[in-house]
Design a protein. Sequence first.
Length: 278
Amino acid sequence: MHTYAIPSRVSIVKYGGSANPGAAPSDPLLDEIAALHAAGERVVLLHGGGPEIDAALRERGIEGERIDGLRATDERSLAVIEMVLCATINKRIVRALQDRGVPAVGISGQDGGTLRARRSTRFDGRLGSVGERVACDPHLLAALLAMPTIPVLAPLALEIDKAAALNVNADEAAAAVAAIFPESALFFVTDIARVRSIAEDPRSGIDRLTLSTARAFLASEQCRDGMRPKLRAAIAACEGGAEAAYICLARPGALRAARECNDATIIAEAEPRAKSAN
């Protein structure tokens, strides 16, 4: 079996589920990803799906619970989550990229054992079928990037030492992927422009955090709700070897603005390069 070299300088883009990725004909982020691919850059797109999962669970009378920003997952809800992430959102994004002339391949983290995780025991086991300490085997992604295609990855993992599916936080999954590719850049495209030092004040955006200042802010009361998993994941990615993580606003040209114009909260130890190499 041919083994593909693990490439460096990959851009990992986490597309938040709140934006209903790929649902509208006009999608500036997918337009930008298509342009980056056409320019020869390597991109892995990892998506969430929170609002659509919530709606599907409600339709089936299944009550959802979040604990510290993580979705508690029993067997019934796991089946719905897998259906929405893998069969609906993932393939919708693939179709949208194909419509833009981009060869895209949709997979979940279960395929090829790309994502593996341990079942969480936190909160007295109340999280259920939720994985933590996510690890990435990059070989399937490396093969897809070499074709070249854009892998579109749904955040479901295989439980370590078992053939069981685990729901994993999409931010944590993106961090695991970014950590495995040397000098990668991780982008969290969100509905806010930056991490805020005062959660309620949009003028309090933070331009830059080192790993030490990011850890301190994560431990503070001002780091709340959905920002906690993103910041935790950004720290993990940089600790693992990613060059930088960017938390930026979903808008036209968001990735280039974050990388080249510092229009984001940047988490990094060293000054990241202004532009990704091919």
